[in-house]
Write a protein that binds this ligand. Structure first.
Ligand code: GDP
Ligand code: MG
Length: 189
């Protein structure tokens, strides 16, 4: 089925192993959102269609297996519109590593990409120092969203936050990154 949309949005999910990135994609798949799944040369994209003022085609990339596709990753990263750093509010290491993922994004991603912090697993006992995380998010000007991707029925708040933070919605235009072609570098549409 060919679905009409006004904008394509490319999002990358970053975060430690086991914070819930794949579950997030799988849960989105089961929602009433129109959902497609593509597997292109070993990289999986999850495509969601979402309407807020305009119709968006949102491509979410779960970064599992990134080591295998390093050159592909670096090309795709430069074309992202937004990055989500996911952590598990019950896993101290995963929120200590937010800084690592932030630096990783700074080095590899489109510098115009805003970063949303997504704290997952609110259905479990909270171990994180949320005050500290809120302060860090404020300081770094990163919007913070807390949820359980397993039990939450509603992803609209998060999707609206994504849409509201898109550079072309804030600045009125899409910033195209400068990409230096590399050997073995693929361009994904
Ligand atoms: P990934 O490595 O970041 O892709 O993490 P996964 O999506 O594979 O999830 C790791 C584990 O966390 C799995 O057992 C999931 O069922 C579980 N999980 C993911 N999201 C939640 C959540 O919101 N609440 C709870 N309790 N478990 C979750
Ligand atoms: Mg995974």
């Amino acid at each position: 089925m060919d679905i009409m949309y006004d904008e394509t949005v490319k999002i990358i999910l970053l975060g430690n192993v086991s914070v819930g990135k794949t579950t997030f994609c799988n849960v989105l798949k089961k929602k009433e959102f129109n959902y497609n799944y593509h597997s292109t040369i070993g990289v999986d994209f999850h495509t969601i269609y979402y309407k807020k003022n305009k119709k968006y085609r949102i491509q979410v990339w779960d970064t599992a297996g990134q080591e295998k596709f390093r050159s592909l990753v670096s090309c795709y990263f430069k074309k992202t519109d937004l990055i989500i750093i996911m952590f598990d509010i019950n896993d101290i290491q995963s929120y200590n590593d937010i800084i690592y993922w932030r630096e990783f994004a700074n080095i590899h991603a489109n510098p115009h990409s805003p970063i949303i912090l997504l704290g997952n697993k609110t259905d479990l006992v909270e171990r994180a120092d949320m005050e500290k995380i809120r302060n860090y998010a404020d300081m770094q000007k990163m919007p913070l969203h807390i949820m359980s991707v397993k039990t939450n029925k509603n992803f609209d708040d998060l999707l609206n936050l994504i849409i509201d933070n898109l550079p072309f919605n804030i600045m009125g235009k899409k910033e195209e990154p400068v990409i230096t072609p590399q050997k073995g570098c693929c361009v994904i549409q």
